[in-house]
Design a protein around this ligand. Structure first.
Ligand code: ADP
Ligand code: MG
Length: 216
């Protein structure tokens, strides 16, 4: 039985930090069109801090310790609105993972469901408001449905990735009604939401990591 261990979580956060760092300029460019051009920097600093906070934990730490440390690190590093949103996401995932050193890999998609719920409850945005919720909500829905349908981890994550990518694309046609870009009103139409773009990257990294690990 494949498991998701504390070593796997530490590796996943290193991958998230490096992939997001590579996307920093593009995310800042997207945020420059409908926001204040800092989203790439916020996400890079947040994931770098989250990964470092995990690396600094003692060996015997649990999955919940790691995800709570990631939340604290992310929140302290990021002044922008994405800070509390991702911090809440990681705290919800910590609750689901619990004080364990490993969870069965087929329970892992439940962490995505928990993260999405955290983002929705913290930011109070609904689908269609041109935010990261337009990626997290359909991705979590696909993950939950895939688990309920008894799909393999690869099958669940393929659906999750597809939902995330489609969700990010769907924000191009939306008018922003939450967050900084809502000030633009209909002028926000035609551009992908930066938080949705980064959410799709995050979910793609998670999916690829878990599928690779689950089929080792
Ligand atoms: P700021 O807008 O403070 O500069 P960032 O640039 O880091 O923050 O993040 C902007 C992104 O945050 C937006 O593109 C959007 O996806 C997301 N966002 C803003 N407000 C909310 C909210 N209430 N709920 C969910 N996501 C939100
Ligand atoms: Mg911004």
């Amino acid at each position: 039985m494949h498991t998701l261990t504390t070593t796997d979580i530490a590796r996943l956060f290193r991958e998230l930090a490096s992939t997001i760092a590579g996307a920093r300029d593009e995310l800042c460019r997207l945020d420059g069109v409908i926001g204040d051009a800092d989203h790439g920097i916020a996400m890079e600093q947040g994931f770098t801090a989250a990964s470092k906070a995990i690396e600094a934990l003692p060996e015997e730490s649990t999955l919940a310790d790691q995800l709570n440390a990631a939340a604290k690190g992310f929140l302290n590093a990021v002044g922008a609105s994405s800070g509390p949103l991702y911090a809440t996401a990681f705290m919800r995932a910590a609750k689901v993972a619990g004080a364990r050193h490993a969870v069965p890999l087929n329970e892992a998609p439940g962490l995505i469901v928990a993260m999405a719920e955290g983002i929705r409850s913290r930011g109070k945005a609904e689908v269609g408001e041109k935010t990261m919720v337009d990626v997290w909500a359909p991705a979590a829905e696909a993950a939950g449905q895939g688990m309920a349908d008894g799909l393999s981890l690869a099958g669940i994550m393929a659906r999750t990735q597809a939902a995330a990518t489609a969700g990010a694309e769907s924000t191009r046609l939306m008018v922003a009604t939450k967050g900084r870009s809502s000030r633009l009103g209909s002028r926000s139409v035609g551009h992908m939401d930066p938080g949705a773009a980064s959410a799709a990257i995050v979910l793609n990294v998670i999916a690829q990591d878990w599928v690779r690990h689950g089929t080792d």
